[in-house]
Design a protein around this ligand. Structure first.
Ligand code: XIL
Length: 337
C-alpha cells in the first residue's frame, strides 16, 4: 500500500525521519526505507557543532553534504539541526569557556561565526533550520522571568538577547530558509502548560520586534508512562499558528518500558494501543493545524534510537521494529494520512 510520503503529499504535508549517517548507504533496507517512506530528512547528529567543527577553524561538512545530496536525489527536503544548543558542542569550545580562555564577548563572536559559516555552507538547500534548541526551562530548571532556563549554557553566558541575534544571523546567511525555535514539551505535554506559555509569549515578543523567526518545532518525545493530552497538543499548535508561525513536529518518538515492572500499562497493550494512539494523535494535531508543515520521527527503527541510551529501561519508540519491519504505530499513521 501507499508510502507515508505519498499519502502525506496528497495533503501538502511532509513526513520525515532523523537520519543516522552511520546507516544511510551502508544498511540497504534502512536506506530504501528512508528513500521510500519519507519526504523530509533531519541529520540526527552530523550538522551539530561538534560534528562540523571538531577542531577550531577546521570544518567537516562531508557527512552532512552526503545527506543533502541524498535528499536531492530522492525529492526530499532537509531540516537543518541545530545551530545554537547546549549539547554536542565541540570540546575546544566548552574547555575554552570553562578555563576562562574564551570570555563572553569572544563566545558571542564565535557563535556568530558558527551560525554564519554553517548556514552559508548550506544556503539554498535547507527548508527549515532549527536555529535555537531547548533554551526554555522545565519545571525542574531555574528560570529567567521570561521562562528561559537560566542555567542554559548560552543564556547563562550571553543572556536572553542571544536568541534574537541567533535568528538575525541565520537570516542574514540564508534569507529563504524557514527559521524555527525547537524544543520538547512545548505543546500538550506539560501539566500546567507553563513551558508552552513561556515559549508562546517570548516568540510573540520576538515577532513584535521584527526578529526573523518563522516557526516552532515541537519535538514530540512522548513516553507511554505519562499522560498525553491530545486536545491540549492541538490547541497549543493552533495557538502558535495563530501568531502567524509555521509549526512542525520535529522529533516524534513514543518510548515504552522494555519490561513493565514500573509501568502502569501492560507491555502487551503498549505495543498495540498506547504507542500507536500517541503517534496518531500527534500526527492528527499536525493535520488539524493549517500551519503545520511537517511531521518527523526521531529515527527510523527500534534498532537505532537514542532512547535506550538516554532513558534507562526504555526503548521501542519508533515506527519500525528492530528488524526494520513496520509496527502498529506505522499502520496508525498510514491510516491517518
Ligand atoms: C540525540 C541523538 O539522537 C543522539 O544520537 C545523540 O547522541 C544525542 O542527541 N533533542 C534533540 C536531538 O534536539 O538533537 C537529540 O538527538 C535528542 C533530543
Amino acid at each position: 500500500s501507499d508510502s507515508l510520503r505519498a499519502l502525506a503529499a496528497q495533503q501538502g504535508l511532509r513526513i520525515g525521519t532523523a537520519v543516522d549517517m552511520g546507516q544511510l548507504g551502508t544498511n540497504k533496507l534502512y536506506t530504501d526505507t528512508v528513500a521510500g517512506q519519507f519526504s523530509v530528512v533531519t541529520p540526527e547528529n552530523v550538522m551539530k557543532w561538534d560534528a562540523v567543527e571538531p577542531t577550531r577553524g577546521t570544518y567537516d561538512w562531508k557527512p552532512a553534504d552526503q545527506l543533502v545530496q541524498f535528499a536531492e536525489q530522492h525529492g526530499q527536503s532537509v531540516r537543518g539541526h541545530t545551530l545554537m544548543w547546549h549539547n554536542q558542542l565541540p570540546s575546544w569550545l566548552t574547555t575554552g569557556v570553562a578555563d576562562g580562555s574564551i570570555g563572553d564577548s569572544e563566545l558571542r563572536d564565535i557563535l556568530h561565526q558558527h551560525i554564519t559559516a554553517e548556514v552559508s555552507h548550506f544556503r539554498g538547500e535547507i527548508w527549515q533550520w532549527d536555529v535555537v534548541n531547548e533554551v526554555f526551562a522545565n519545571s525542574w530548571d531555574s528560570a529567567t522571568s521570561d521562562g528561559l532556563n537560566s542555567n542554559d549554557f548560552w543564556i547563562q553566558h550571553l543572556g536572553e538577547g542571544i536568541v534574537a541575534d541567533a535568528f538575525r544571523w541565520a537570516h542574514q546567511a540564508d534569507p529563504k530558509a524557514l527559521l524555527m525555535y525547537n524544543d520538547y514539551n512545548i505543546a500538550g505535554q506539560d501539566g500546567t502548560n507553563a513551558k508552552f506559555q513561556a515559549v508562546y509569549n517570548f516568540v510573540k515578543g520576538l515577532r513584535a520586534q521584527g526578529v526573523p523567526i518563522d516557526g516552532i518545532g515541537e519535538q514530540g518525545h512522548l513516553d507511554t508512562q505519562y499522560g498525553f493530552d491530545a486536545q491540549r497538543f492541538q490547541a497549543d499548535l493552533q495557538a502558535y499558528g495563530a501568531l502567524g508561525l509555521k509549526v512542525a513536529v520535529t522529533e516524534a518518538d513514543v518510548r515504552t518500558f522494555v519490561n513493565n515492572a514500573t509501568d502502569q500499562v501492560p507491555t502487551s497493550q503498549l505495543a498495540q494501543f498506547a504507542q500507536p494512539y500517541e503517534f496518531s494523535e500527534m500526527l492528527k494535531g499536525c493535520e488539524l493545524v493549517r500551519q503545520c508543515i511537517s511531521f518527523t520521527a526521531w529515527g527510523v527503527y527500534d534498532g537505532d534510537s537514542w532512547i535506550p541510551g538516554t532513558f534507562g529501561g526504555e526503548g521501542y519508540g519508533l515506527l519500525y521494529d528492530v528488524n526494520l519491519q513496520p509496527k502498529a504505530a506505522y499502520v496508525a499513521l498510514q491510516q491517518d494520512l
